[in-house]
Design a protein around this ligand. Structure first.
Ligand SMILES: [Zn+2]
Ligand SMILES: [Zn+2]
Length: 137
């Protein structure tokens, strides 16, 4: 089992952006911060984090937006799908929108961020660590 890989592909809604990822060491999370709510146009964002060498772009997103100095959010300029959250604070990690996986089955959410901003009709995910704000807060 040590060498078992979980290779999957994903992409944006229109297919212009594509990637391949090994989920063997992936961590999945949700973020309820206002930036994620706004940029995803949804109650929360859902992100998968993998070691950067486990992630390969097949075709990269051209769109870049910054909601803060901490990170750039990359998106498809053709269809607007939010693809990544990339911060120089974590150069060895790749964080991408979990929902863009072609096969998003079997993902377990390890933690939830900014639950202080959670929409009142969204329940906490059972078993997931709950952080009021950032994972450092
Ligand atoms: Zn697209
Ligand atoms: Zn967020």
């Amino acid at each position: 089992m040590a060498n078992a890989k979980d290779i999957r592909e994903g992409g944006c809604l229109c297919g212009a952006v594509r990637y391949r990822v090994d989920l063997t060491e992936a961590t999945h999370s949700t973020c309820h911060c206002r930036h994620c709510q706004k940029t995803h146009g949804a109650p929360f964002g859902m992100f998968t984090v993998v070691p950067v060498e486990y992630f390969t772009w097949l075709s990269e997103p051209a769109g870049e937006a910054r909601a803060s100095d901490r990170a750039v959010r990359r998106f498809c300029v053709q269809c607007g799908t939010p693809m990544t959250w990339e911060s120089p604070e974590y150069p060895d990690q790749q964080s991408f929108s979990s929902a863009t996986l072609d096969d998003p089955s079997g993902l377990t959410i390890a933690y939830e961020l900014f639950v202080s901003r959670r929409f009142p009709f969204i329940a906490p995910i059972e078993g997931a660590k709950q952080y009021q704000a950032d994972w450092e807060a």
